[in-house]
Design a protein. Structure first.
Length: 119
């Protein structure tokens, strides 16, 4: 399965999160795939943090930090090993590494909160 197909499949999932995931341990984040190049598919969505804060969860994906060892990426998908850039969304919407927000999707469930955040 191509990486882009895997990404779309995960985004389409309405993954039911375990009760351990609490809104208080979540945040709206910018998530960009780096596995297909410098500018990959990107989304703004709600990311949940593990109790220790070392693992991030988003719609069936589980990420762990590269602890500064990544090139143009700061997290990797535990299941596939694919690299991602995950950060808080910027008020100026230039979330991509080289600026801009072309092609960045915003999840419907966070759209209103995201718009309030960037205004």
């Amino acid at each position: 399965m191509r990486h882009a197909d895997h990404w779309r499949e995960k985004l389409d999932q309405d993954a039911a999160l375990p009760k351990a995931f609490r809104l208080s341990r979540s945040r709206i984040m910018y998530i960009e795939s780096k596995s297909d190049g410098l500018e990959g598919e990107a989304v703004v969505g709600r990311v949940y943090f593990s109790k220790s804060g070392k693992t991030l969860y988003y719609k069936g994906l589980r990420f762990q930090s590269l602890k500064g060892a990544g090139f143009k990426a700061n997290y990797f998908d535990v299941e596939t090993g694919d690299f991602y850039w995950i950060s808080g969304p910027r008020k100026d919407q230039n979330d991509r590494l080289y600026g801009g927000n072309r092609g960045v999707l915003v999840d419907d469930d966070v759209r209103d909160e995201y718009l309030a955040l960037i205004r």
